[in-house]
Design a protein around this ligand. Structure first.
Ligand code: MRU
Length: 340
């Protein structure tokens, strides 16, 4: 496999390195991924995270396994294992399924390696297209609220929702970003602030429960989030807390946009109740890291994602343009006939 490098993934000298997103922003630790089961653990622990990145990381891991001489039975077992790492983001299954389809079509395991390289390059390209399509939606002077982390750390390019922001900022639009801290794992506080600071985009960090009062005060002009799985009717899963924002945006009449590549659309999923939402360890809510601040053994509800109805979305900023939920269905028909 050729050498590959993005903000948080690196394949060099036949070694797969991933930036440990649980240590950021205090420490930049690169982990060496040893095997598909190690990658499964890395993805489950959110050391590699975000819908596009877990797909590409798993794909490179499978390609490396092939390069190291895995048998056909081992390839199929590893593919199934990698796909099981997290259930909600469809990009993971999308990438692995494309590798297996390429392998079966070519009857040659090397197709898995070629496909990993293609997926890596495609993801960066999709980010650029999303950023381009989202450009006109943002105006100088906008205060934009975002949730979780959707930038260069979770793609091989500039990101999805944050990619639109980075591109508009680079092209001279004066933006200010309100960053939801994103409990329980603080992707906003730790990672989005890190990326915005590196890109010199002005921002303010808020606790998740402060968004409503900012909207009521007229301080938010737009909301931009990413997605982990988009159903054909526009219902979509994203980090827990996204649905709250969509409902608030509707009440306050604030445009609410979802930025995602087509690899996040689940062409087999018709609506919200078919989306599986990952439930996570209760300790993530009882405290953070080593610190536990709740009454010991408190019962906990900890879904990693929530599902927002498509009707609350002003526009889906995709790599092919900006669409309403109603427009999405006919678009999906075109996409599914071109990708295979
Ligand atoms: O649990 P995480 O941190 O992997 O969740 C990530 C998100 O919800 C992102 O918003 C989504 O994957 C889009 S990333 C471009």
């Amino acid at each position: 496999m050729k050498e590959l490098k993005s903000l948080s993934l690196c394949y060099t000298n036949k070694t797969l390195l991933v930036l440990n997103q649980q240590k950021l922003p205090l420490e930049s630790e690169w982990l060496i991924c040893e095997s598909p089961s190690h990658m499964r653990d890395i993805i489950y622990a959110l050391q590699v995270r975000g819908a596009p990145l877990i797909g590409v990381a798993a794909a490179i891991c499978l390609a490396q396994y092939v390069e190291n001489g895995a048998t056909i039975a081992e390839i199929y077992a590893a593919a199934a294992l990698l796909k099981s790492a997290r259930p909600t983001a469809v990009n993971l299954a999308h990438c692995i399924d494309r590798q297996i389809a390429a392998f079966e079509a070519a009857q040659n395991p090397l197709a898995i390696i070629k496909m990993a390289e293609a997926l890596f390059a495609e993801d960066a390209d999709l980010c650029d297209k999303i950023a381009k399509h989202g450009f006109d939606l943002l105006s100088s002077g906008d205060n934009i609220l975002t949730h979780c982390n959707t930038g260069g750390l979770v793609t091989t390019g500039i990101g999805t929702a944050l990619g639109v922001i980075f591109n508009a900022h680079k092209q001279g639009k004066k933006l200010h970003i309100y960053v939801d801290e994103t409990r329980p794992l603080l992707q906003g506080a730790r990672l989005t602030t890190y990326e915005l600071q590196q890109a010199h985009v002005p921002y303010t960090l808020i606790c998740d429960n402060m968004a409503a009062s900012l909207m009521r005060a007229g301080k938010i002009q737009k909301i931009l989030v990413g997605a982990d799985r988009i159903a054909l009717n526009g219902d979509f899963a994203n980090k827990i807390g996204t649905y709250n924002l969509a409902v608030l945006a509707h009440y306050h009449k604030i445009p609410f946009y979802v930025a995602a590549p087509y690899t996040t659309i689940d062409f087999s999923c018709k609506k919200a109740d078919e989306i599986v939402v990952e439930q996570r360890n209760p300790d993530e809510v009882r405290g953070y890291g080593e610190m536990n601040w709740s009454t010991p053994n408190s019962p906990v509800y900890n879904p990693s994602f929530d599902v927002t109805p498509g009707e609350l979305v002003t526009g889906f900023i995709l790599d092919s343009g900006v669409f309403t939920a109603q427009e999405l269905r006919s678009l999906c028909k075109t996409y599914s006939s071109t990708i295979n």
